[in-house]
Design a protein around this ligand. Structure first.
Ligand code: PLP
Length: 409
């Protein structure tokens, strides 16, 4: 990289992005594109043979408003963006401690900070057997803990005399019908037969939170049929209905059946940095793993999905590979965290930088105000909806099993 060329172009890029944010209200919320394949008609059929200027590249970029809330806002902030820029600038590939001690250690520290903000139990922090890791998405997070739980379940059942083939055909995952489809994808990745993904129905009587009695019944039925339940997934803030599953009761059930208990709080987890919403995580102390996406509601640019586990050795047993070229003294002596063993890919970016910037430049108080302001806006929105006879509010807001700002109507 030529430093002066980069400086010139980076300034132009910063101006472009700053202008985008300055003019954001003027851009359309929905894409103006109507036909799939539209871009092919606008661009040459092959990569240019000769280099083009930055101006030429910019000319083809159309801007759209980020105010499309049909799914979830991919939140951003100056701090998050700056951290992302620095991560791209340093371009570190920190898969092992030895490749970048700073990238590894900052991630461990920042995830401890966030765990403390969320008041996660100490077992999820570094210092004992647990710790946190940044994944790209909640889907990756659930896939890796499924793989860890599966490895644990295979060795446990082998000790009971079952063959691996027999175990693999019977391993079963339990969850509710409100759980995000990423669990289904995780099962495909982990080789769990989809007929062994047991989905317990929910209804409006519990605001779509799963009933512990129904879950226990489903498990007892499964065991009678010969299934080997090994993974239970609860959700704090389900995608369609914002339900909060009863974590404490599910944790007890998981323990009774010897299952791994995972809590998916992908979008709603961020709210729990505020003491008044923390009760939604009550029972998380019974979980083996917990995940939330800082990129959904904590001012951190996509992607930044924080995953904590109580026993990191299960991830390492499932995911560690150590060919000769990756060996080094620090790893061999077991003195360090090698995040390559806590995730699916080998390579990884310095993603903790953006979370570090966000936490430092906002402070915990700034982050809490940000969440509280959203909740205030959601209550205001609820008021508008209640006043309008065309709509019906179907959930009891702010109750124990739904999360305030995300509600269905
Ligand atoms: N879990 C919940 C509760 C979600 O709402 C979502 C996405 O909206 C996901 C998981 C999947 O998230 P990701 O895109 O990070 O895989």
């Amino acid at each position: 990289i030529d430093a002066e060329e980069f400086r010139k172009h980076a300034h132009e890029m910063v101006d472009f992005i700053a202008d985008y944010y300055r003019d954001i209200e003027s851009f359309p919320v929905r894409s103006q594109v109507s036909q799939p394949g539209y871009l092919k008609t606008l661009l040459p059929p092959a990569a240019p043979e000769d280099p083009e200027t930055l101006e030429e590249v910019f000319a083809g970029i159309a801007r759209q408003s980020p105010n499309f809330f049909g799914y979830y806002p991919s939140n951003s902030s100056t701090a998050g963006l700056l951290g992302e820029m620095l991560s791209a600038g340093l371009n570190i590939v920190g898969f092992s401690w030895i490749t970048s001690p700073a990238a590894t250690e900052l991630e461990t520290i920042v995830l401890d900070w966030l765990a403390k903000l969320l008041k996660l139990p100490d077992e999820f922090l570094f210092g004992g057997n647990g710790g946190g890791v940044i994944q790209g998405t909640a889907s990756e997070a659930v896939a890796v803990v499924l793989l860890a739980a599966r490895t644990r379940a295979i060795s446990g059942n082998k000790r009971k005399g079952l063959s691996e083939a027999e175990i693999l055909s019977k391993l079963a995952v339990y969850t509710s019908d409100q759980t995000h489809s990423c669990l289904q994808k995780g099962c495909v990745i982990a080789g769990i037969p989809l007929e062994n993904l047991v989905i317990v129905p929910t209804d409006s009587s519990t605001n779509y939170a799963v009933s512990p009695a129904a879950m226990r019944q489903a498990l007892e039925d499964g065991v009678k049929q010969g299934l080997l339940p090994f993974f239970l997934c609860g959700t704090v803030g389900t995608t369609s209905s914002s339900a909060v599953d009863p974590l404490s009761a599910l944790g007890d059930i998981a323990k009774d059946f010897g299952m791994w208990f995972h809590v998916d709080a992908a979008y709603a987890g961020s709210a729990c940095i505020c003491p008044e919403f923390r009760h939604h995580l009550d029972g998380v102390e019974k979980a083996d793993s917990f995940n939330m996406n800082a990129h959904k509601w904590l001012l951190t640019n996509f992607d930044c999905s924080a995953l904590w586990v109580k026993e990191s050795s299960h991830l390492v047993s499932a995911l560690s590979t150590t060919p000769e070229f990756l060996r080094n003294k620090a790893s061999d002596l077991n003195q360090v965290v090698d995040y390559k063993d806590w995730q699916i890919p080998l390579g990884r970016r310095f993603r903790s930088l953006k979370l570090w910037f966000v936490m430092r430049m906002n402070g915990a108080s700034g982050l809490r105000s940000y969440i509280r302001n959203h909740v205030r806006l959601a209550k205001r929105f609820e008021g508008f909806v209640r006043e309008d006879p065309r709509f019906q509010v179907r959930h009891t807001f702010y109750s124990s099993n739904t999360l305030a700002p995300f509600c269905s109507f």
